[in-house]
Design a protein around this ligand. Structure first.
Ligand code: ADP
Ligand code: 5GP
Length: 184
């Protein structure tokens, strides 16, 4: 392990399979997945401090004022932010860090920390993306529509501005590719 860890940002359309691939790579250990703060309400099964730090609007405002965020964005109507201190501490302790954030946030991180590697998770086709969003059963019809409408813009950014592009066709193959990109 190198003295300090490296920063990896994983982004891509909602439903492309980011969570699925990251959780496979996390199993090998030695990687820290940053826990973002959000103003969105917790979904069933989500735990404060594990999935997100669930904050009120006022709490989130205060952290913005304090400069606590490496980046923050409004995504699908809620605010989400990466806590600078958490990332810095993990990197200083020698762990590689993954940020799973939206595409705009990823580009912000790259502007502030050019050494960060941006990894884009791409669905094999748009039809398959829709099938996965529906299969996940986490989103309403309206939410699925917004996610599908946002995807082409995200894919264009992924193609042109990210360091690595991984097509999540077969889970095991794509997870191996993610591990390889991360030097594991
Ligand atoms: P994201 O984190 O990008 O929003 P998820 O990891 O939640 O996406 O995946 C969305 C859905 O697609 C989940 O139900 C997941 O099980 C499924 N999925 C992920 N990768 C694949 C794949 N390679 N083939 C088929 N289904 C997949
Ligand atoms: P969800 O509410 O489904 O967990 O996440 C919605 C979107 O917010 C996803 O695209 C996710 O990657 C993004 N997101 C989660 N945390 C952050 C963050 O800290 N910053 C930014 N910019 N986006 C985030």
């Amino acid at each position: 392990m190198s003295e300090t860890g490296r920063l990896f940002v994983v982004a891509g359309p909602s439903g492309a399979g980011k969570d699925t691939l990251i959780s496979k790579v996390m199993k090998a250990g030695g990687v820290h997945l940053s826990v973002s703060a959000t103003t969105r309400k917790a979904r069933e099964g989500e735990e404060d401090g594990r999935d997100y730090r669930f904050l009120t609007d006022e709490e989130f405002d205060r952290l913005v004022e304090q400069g606590a965020f490496l980046e923050w964005k409004e995504v699908y109507g809620n605010r989400y932010g990466t806590l600078r201190e958490e990332v810095d501490e993990a990197i200083a302790s020698g762990k590689d860090v993954i940020l799973e954030i939206d595409v705009k946030g990823a580009l912000d991180v790259k502007a502030k920390a050019p050494e960060a590697r941006l990894i884009f998770v791409m669905p094999p086709t748009m039809d398959e993306l829709e099938t996965r969003l529906r299969g996940r059963k986490a989103d309403t019809e309206e939410e699925i529509e917004v996610r599908m409408e946002t995807a082409p813009w995200e894919i264009e950014k992924g193609r042109n501005e990210f360091d690595h592009l991984i097509v999540n066709d077969d889970v095991e193959r794509a997870a191996r590719e993610l591990a390889r990109v991360m030097g594991r």
